[in-house]
Design a protein around this ligand. Sequence first.
Ligand code: GCU
Length: 686
Amino acid sequence: MFEVRRMNNEYELCWLEYRRLPDWEIACHREWFKSAVPFAQPWEVETALTELKTFARDALGTKMLVENTIQNQRTIILGKIDKLSELFDVPKLEREGSFFLAHRKLSGKDTLVIGAIDTAGLVYGTFEVIKRARLGESFEKMNVVQTPAMPLRMINHWDNLDGSVERGYSGRSIFFEKDRVILNRRTRDYARLLASVGINGVVINNVNVRGKAVQLIDDEKYLKALSKLAEVFGNYGIKLYLSVNFASPMYLGKFETADPLDDRIKKWWKDQARKLYSFIPDFGGFLVKADSEFNPGPHYFGRTHADGANMLAEALEPFGGVVIWRTFVYNCLQDWRDYNTDRAKAAYENFKPLDGQFRDNVILQTKFGPMDFQVREPVSPLFGALERTNQILELQITQEYTGQQIHLCYLGPFWKEILDFDTFARGRGSFVKRIVDGTVFNRKYCGMAGVSNVGRDPNWTGHDLAQANLYTFARLAWNPDELVEKIVDDWITLTFGKDEEVKATIKHMLMNSHRAYEKYTTPFGLGWMVNPNHHYGPNPEGYEYSKWGTYHRANHEAIAVDRSSKGTGFTLQYHSPWREIFDSIETCPEDLLLFFHRVRYDHKLRSGKTLLQSMYDLHFEGVEQVEEFLKAWQRLEGKIDPVKYKRVLERLTVQLEHAKEWRDVVNTYFYRKTGISDERGRKIYP
Ligand code: GCU
């Protein structure tokens, strides 16, 4: 049976709840955790030692002593490799955060060594040791070297200063309330959660920088609070970043312009950077949403994105800061009657011509797909197109379009497909993961950013199982070659324990949930049949006649936009062979068919079924899968923490209702357009 123990009244600790291990596991590990010998300055190992002690106390019921010499038969040694290399051979580590774990015999004693080049590496190595202990691994043959694949492993919060969270579904902001910065125990626990999976950067405020948020980079009251916040995060190897408003000189400096080529504006940003770094010496840099969805940018002043980004980059450069500039730029005032503009083409059209014009400390951050985090989109062609520009892949951990943490929708397998997509930019093997880890185009600053799904709910993510999305995002940023199955196994064991039925059931649910959601909402890459604004629930024509550029233009014969070379020409933004594969309705992957092509309802798919019949079938299938998830979950009653059990049960119950709503609304929509019934005679509302 599980042990029910709340760490405190307010919130739980996701995959970091160090529940007491079973006796036989305690017997295996306890001796190791009785003493630690550091080979580093005290401040370099403080965070790591605190974590080891917490684990020893909570999971093993033992007090860990910190000693100067190796006395016990088993000891954990932790230190910087330059010092450790005086004792024994150490592996070569280069990149920030790298570490090794090794079993070594020293003066006849067994030691487990955690070695790293920096304090972040010591923290990561420590969390890895704890994870392995909790998963039941023995330390006797430990021999691990890990290097993070991506230099920048970032979480983006869309948190507002009033405490609300844009697209947040897990309660209010953990960082802000009533225009003040929150700093409490939870702040540190959040840093622990993120560091335990290797995150090294956090943007704490919304990309839409409005109202008081503009003052974050200027007002001393904020800067003082942020310096404390940065210190808490810094202890865990995490840098603080801020989203900034491009027109800040107008709001804060009272200039009549924010023209990036105006010397007064350049100077203003330089002064501002100096001020910022005087409060936060290891500040990471700025995230900028410019000329996008009504946010100001260089276009307002007749300048390019390169002019804008470079001006900010120049200001941050002396302090080692970076500018992360988003490519989510498109015409959000489109007329639905305009058939020539294709929003999918916008990011490439805006940024491809600027390739090579950005300073070294500018990084372009691009959403995975050309539109906006739909349940399925092709990979943005921009990844394969920018050869002389640093790039970050932006994923949405928060489930804006994927069920808003009411629906179970585990995104790991989908993200993995995105990372494994071969752009063919430099021939075969030019995977997205190799572009954003910097190798394909030999770039210094690259990585992944995930829009946070965290809020002040006791379980942090609203839906308990949505924690797996946060966990997986970070693990993939650390190592995009890791198998999602392995990540899921680890997450489930760390969160729910080792019961085989529990593990198998939750794994099955997670691994099939994205496909299920896709089936009962908008399969074939169609997307956008959501209610406008809040984006929850079905509304097949919700975006049909709006200004946002997201149309499917269904009539009684066919649906979707022709983005082939005969249509808008979007397919031409890809390298061969994708441009040809996507271009032809015959070779286009069927799960993206309606992203690339306008297709007749009677078009025969490879299965021999028509598009229409497949549409009906998938909607019924998706709902059946949710029914199955619910039943599977109910079989776990009594096997997992009752609080978590009940919370998930409630969400699955609502999910089933809402999945049926999706099924019926979308099926009815197609039935009304075509007048063709389901071949299998199932209920479709006329
Ligand atoms: C989506 C989302 C917005 C967000 C925007 C962005 O459009 O709905 O809330 O601001 O993306 O990524 O900037």
